[in-house]
Ligand binder design. Structure first.
Ligand code: GLA
Length: 406
């Protein structure tokens, strides 16, 4: 029956019932958006770890400054959303009620105020904990930062009350307890808060999370597939090779995470950083900036702001690129995109320049049609004849978007 046909008293009663039902559903987690709604495409944002580790410069002034830079530098416009803080945000002990507290020197204003500030910019806020007794920062003078093991419900409720939108959940000091059990406990606790909180597992691939973490009851939105990245070409290359073979496990709501970006930190050259960014994009990996945006140099910022490469990562089909060739240090990866387009990355991992080509037939293109290939670093496009051919400098990647010619 249309609502206006009911008496005001009946309408008021029904409204009260619906509010109660919504509250109950929220409490049971039923009203919470699905994994695919929380993470329709891989997460984009910032995390301080790769640039600061636990140094004193990691504090609320820095993080507010980063949120400001998201707006000033056009990162929010380019799709970056999450401002995430990593290990060392917490105080050495819980309060007498067992609640986690922020470190008073780093975050004197508290976490809620920081989250409010980030939200006021239209951004989302992420926090860190570990599925263990302590986080990963090594103990100092017999003190560490408390982890979430055994405190999942209390911590998840606290995070929700602070306005946390994203949890990175690490694996240190896990007391050798079963990983699925530990990550399920936090997954369920987050779900029960009723708040949509992106659940980013970080068990480094030790338990092959890609095989079980997307499913209920864990409901993770991403999982690390490797150990920690370092700001070195060899580290990026090793991680790429571990992650590229896991393509079948990624999809909307649940992503392989080969760790955060090092672009801008200075340990690789621009060619290598362009490869890093291109490879993460074609692998539909999280794009989490790991450099201090308050001091980033323009050429590195230009890499992070390449909207055509970002669009490959964020394509709504959510398909992780598949490697179709690996030979003599050359990798060819293809990623289907919406509107019958295709992204193709050609990567030369070797220390010498190489002439690389891939035929239209290898790419599975229809021989009867005409295509165009757009180079997403040069921002230029050209008709594609029988093959894509390019001279790739050492460690370089060319990435293209291919579509039927108009
Ligand atoms: C682990 C994680 C890193 C980082 C540190 C923090 O090593 O894999 O990404 O969060 O802990 O201590």
């Amino acid at each position: 029956m249309y609502d206006a046909q009911r008496s005001p008293a009946v309408r008021a009663f029904l409204f009260a019932v619906s509010l109660f039902a919504a509250g109950a559903a929220g409490a049971q987690g039923q009203a919470r958006p699905s994994a695919a709604e929380i993470a329709p495409t891989p997460q984009m944002g910032f995390n301080n770890w790769n640039s600061t580790h636990c140094r004193d410069e990691f504090n609320e002034t820095m993080i507010r400054g980063i949120a400001d830079k998201f707006i000033e530098l056009g990162l929010k416009d380019a799709g970056y959303r999450y401002v995430d803080i990593d290990d060392c945000w917490a105080n050495w002990q819980r309060d007498p009620q067992g609640n986690l507290m922020p470190n008073p020197e780093r975050f004197p204003g508290g976490i809620k105020a920081l989250a409010d500030y980030i939200h006021s910019k239209g951004l989302r806020f992420g926090l860190y904990s570990s599925a263990g007794t302590w986080t990963c920062e090594p103990m100092k003078q017999n003190r560490g930062f408390p982890g979430g093991l055994g405190h999942e419900s209390q911590d998840a409720a606290l995070f929700a009350s602070w306005g946390v939108d994203y949890l990175k959940y690490d694996n240190c000091n896990n007391q050798k307890m079963d990983a699925k059990q530990r990550y399920t406990a936090m997954g369920e606790a987050l779900r029960k808060t009723g708040r949509p909180i992106f659940y980013a597992m970080c068990e480094w691939g030790e338990n092959k999370a890609w095989g079980w973490a997307a499913a209920s009851p864990v409901n993770a939105n991403s999982w690390r597939t490797t150990g920690d990245i370092q700001d070195k070409y060899a580290s990026m290359l090793k991680i790429f090779k571990q992650n590229v073979v896991l393509n079948e496990y990624a999809g909307p709501g649940h992503w392989n995470d080969p760790d955060m970006l090092e672009v801008g930190n200075g340990g690789m050259n621009e060619t290598e950083y362009r490869s890093h960014f291109s490879l993460w994009a074609i692998m539909a990996a999280p794009l989490l900036i790991g450099t201090d945006l308050r001091t980033i140099k323009q050429p590195y910022l230009d890499i992070l702001l390449n909207k055509e490469v970002i669009a490959v990562d964020q394509d709504p089909l959510g398909i992780q690129g598949r490697r179709i060739r690996e030979k003599d240090g050359v990798h060819v990866i293809v990623k289907p995109l919406q509107d019958h387009k295709l992204a193709v990355a050609l990567f030369n991992e070797t220390d010498a320049a190489k002439q690389v080509s891939v035929t239209s037939a290898e790419l599975g293109l229809d021989g009867g049609r005409k295509y165009r290939a757009r180079d997403l670093w040069l921002h230029s496009d050209a008709p594609l004849a029988d093959s894509l051919a390019v001279e790739l400098p050492a460690h370089a990647t060319a990435i293209y978007r291919i579509g039927v010619a108009p």
